[in-house]
Design a protein around this ligand. Sequence first.
Ligand SMILES: [Zn+2]
Length: 151
Amino acid sequence: MARTAPGLTERFEAKFIPEALTGCWLWTGALSRLGYGNFWNGERVDCAHRVSYGLYRGPVGEKKVLHRCDNPACVNPHHLFLGTMSDNTQDMVRKGRNFVPREQNSRLTAEQVKRIRAAADTAELRALAEQFGITYSGAYKIRRGDRWGHV
Ligand SMILES: [Zn+2]
């Protein structure tokens, strides 16, 4: 955080309970939909674990603050580490949230290509694209002759 509002540390430290077994500092204040602590930092609601890192470890900047302990409600600064956007992206890939476009037009039969070529108008082309599981722009390119020129 760029600066620390007066009384912020005191307010923060009144809102967690250390958990003896795990060492996690369990947030007792409001939690977000995803289970992260919410904390008013004097300007806006921030993630409590981000505030913790800023208070006890150092500036967070644009980086992500990630949990070693996999407990989103934990604000123990020693359970937190800084990650980059690329760590975050890899995390998303691992969790299957990224979008992988399917290979376009690779599974069309010659018959399907001919039907796309013969499409009378945009509506029919769109319907055929949907039916064959390809994008409209892919179907459009086929009709224009950019693809499947050998058929
Ligand atoms: Zn923890």
